[in-house]
Design a protein around this ligand. Structure first.
Ligand SMILES: Cc1ncc(COP(=O)(O)O)c(C=O)c1O
Length: 371
């Protein structure tokens, strides 16, 4: 077991910022009131909830009333799709979209799955075709930045197609916020966000939903918090943490863009041992690597022992040997089984990358081992 640890699994989650932890501690002691209470204690907690709502609305140029606070990206995606009358989605989406789509289909809602190019980048014409078979009023779900490959979808082009088809566009921006400029996703009709991918706490996210909220079917029933769309006592502690992480991520896109040099350094050092699954239209901090001679899940375990944290598949399927559904859809089962994801973050240093390269070069099987 290596004493040194280098964390290169930032797409799974990110280490919380010290200021996030500090503000959460202070809030837990000072703003513990119930945000729904009218007295001063309640108002103090409510102020934080509303400040967060305004910050999210500003990020996507929306009205604060469009922002529904949720337990994270999963719930935001589930809620966004809950009332869809017809849906277009793809196997590139996170399970919180694909499984929600399957549940809708089981209820009799028409669902069309988009064809997946090997590039992992959707073709706007395929969206047009799918909408043609569904008619107006459908919802199209896309993931702005893919969690497994880092591929950036042509969101604007798809948005134009969706507008033309009188449909709605839902964008899962969980991996995009703080990593790319918000122009990429902010025009969508609904947007899912989560705090823990941007150095905030787990257990909080948001759905921005423009238009008539009666199109949503609440997933839980209770009080009138979040306009009844997400009832239950809100947590000012999580809200304060999310708010601090959003403030930090305002200049995140510039910080993340600079990681391209480190990502490229890793890929260059691994030439002959591993090959990137995609090289175009991707964010700077993610490398999905095909390692021909080894299974991804076994490599993850070996690299972990040697001090480097990466992933195969997505974290939600970790623990099972299931290969990445995204890579399977793009490139087939064999390649999906033999790939790892290296994801850097704004705390990754050149020294971390140097250490990770020395470990990767040692652990990845040499070309002679390739059958
Ligand atoms: C693209 C994407 N969407 C949604 C989610 C789910 O977010 P959360 O973990 O906040 O439920 C994730 C998390 O891995 C993700 O990467």
């Amino acid at each position: 077991m290596s004493a040194r640890r280098v964390y290169l699994d930032w797409n799974a989650t990110t280490p919380p910022l010290p200021e996030v932890v500090e503000v959460m501690r202070a809030t837990a002691l000072e703003a513990w009131g119930n945000p729904a209470s009218v007295h001063a204690e309640g108002r103090k907690a409510r102020a934080l909830i509303e400040t967060l709502r305004e910050a999210i609305a500003r990020l996507v140029e929306s009205d604060p009333r469009d922002v529904v606070l949720t337990s994270g990206g999963t719930e935001a995606n589930n809620l966004a799709l809950s009332g869809a009358e017809a849906l277009v989605a793809s196997r590139l989406d996170h399970p919180s979209v694909t499984k929600a789509a399957e549940a809708l289909a089981a209820r009799g809602v028409p669902v069309v799955w988009l064809p997946i190019p090997r590039s992992g980048r959707l073709d706007p014409d395929s969206v047009r075709e799918a909408l043609g078979s569904l008619g107006p009023g459908a919802t199209v779900a896309i993931t702005a930045v893919n969690h497994e490959t880092g591929v950036v979808q042509p969101v604007s082009e798809i948005f134009e197609v969706v507008r033309g088809g009188e449909a709605r566009l839902h964008v899962d921006a969980v991996q995009a916020v703080g990593k790319v400029e918000p122009e990429l996703f902010r025009r969508a009709d609904s947007i899912a966000l989560g705090a823990h991918k941007l150095r905030g706490p787990k257990g909080i996210g948001a759905l921005v939903f423009r238009g008539n909220p009666s199109r949503l079917r609440p997933l839980t029933w209770g009080g009138s918090q979040e306009r009844g769309l997400r009832p239950g006592t809100q947590d000012a502690v999580l809200a304060a943490g999310f708010l601090a992480s959003l403030a930090h991520s305002a200049d995140g896109p510039a910080r993340y863009a600079r990681l391209a040099a480190e990502r490229d350094r890793i890929e260059a050092a691994l030439a002959g041992l591993a090959e990137p699954n995609v090289t175009e239209h991707r964010v700077a901090h993610v490398s999905s690597l095909h390692v021909p001679g080894a299974r991804g899940d076994e490599l993850v375990a070996a690299l972990d022992l040697a001090g480097v944290a990466v992933s195969s598949g997505s974290a939600c399927s970790a623990g099972s040997a299931e290969a990445s559904p995204v890579l399977r859809a793009m490139l087939g089962e064999e390649r999906a089984q033999r790939s790892i994801r290296v994801s850097l973050g704004d705390g990754t240093t050149a020294d971390d990358v140097g250490f990770a390269i020395s470990v990767l070069v040692r652990v990845l099987p040499p070309p002679t081992a390739i059958a």
